[in-house]
Design a protein around this ligand. Structure first.
Ligand SMILES: [Zn+2]
Length: 194
């Protein structure tokens, strides 16, 4: 098993849509194990493949260590599709790709999820509470969406400098991160055009 570095806010892979999985290779099985390990080591309760730099529709959730998630089991979700949703609730979210920022976001309260397991067997299950919340957050990742995308313009303006710092990796985390690549500074070529 191996720990994988987590891509930070601003990196391109977090803005892209992940591809559907059509077959599971041995590498994918190893990847899933590494995703669980990486999430646990980082004290996260959810992790999507985009966050470790891969555009695959794979996410993992484990809320068993939380008050709300006592007695639940870790869940691997492949090719998720929300087929029904109900209610609306505001809840504070955080993200391993956006360390130290937590904001309230409105989302459907409960969802019915169609997804596949490691054998690509199809399941359909209902989720509510924290489980539903984490799943929706992670499914958003697979669609290139971050929770900060839901914030108001004012909120975003207030967070702008902190988000910029995060994107540069100018932040302390207990896990390895991948910041936005800083382009090597090229000397501005003097214009010779007349
Ligand atoms: Zn996240």
């Amino acid at each position: 098993m191996a720990l994988l570095p987590i891509y930070l806010y601003g990196t391109e892979v977090l803005k892209k849509e992940a591809q559907r999985i059509i077959e599971i290779t041995d590498a994918d099985v190893a990847l899933v194990q590494n995703m669980f390990e990486t999430m646990h080591e980082a004290n996260g309760i959810g992790l999507a493949a985009n966050q470790i730099g891969l555009l695959k529709q794979i996410l993992v959730v484990d809320i068993s260590d939380t008050e709300a998630g006592k007695g639940t089991k870790p869940l691997l979700v492949i090719n998720p599709e929300i087929v029904d949703e109900e209610g609306e609730v505001e809840f504070e979210e955080g993200c391993l790709s956006i360390p130290d920022i937590r904001e309230k976001v409105w989302r459907p309260e409960s969802i019915r999820l169609r997804f596949q397991d490691i054998n690509l067997k199809v399941h359909e299950k209902d989720f509510d509470g924290l489980f539903s919340r984490v799943l929706q957050h992670e499914i958003d990742h697979l669609n290139g969406i971050l929770f900060t995308d839901y914030l108001s313009g004012t909120k975003k303006t207030l967070l702008k400098s902190r988000l910029k710092k995060i994107s540069k990796g100018d932040i302390e985390t207990s896990y390895e991160v991948v910041p936005v690549e800083t382009k090597p500074k090229t000397k501005s070529a003097k214009s010779k055009r007349k």
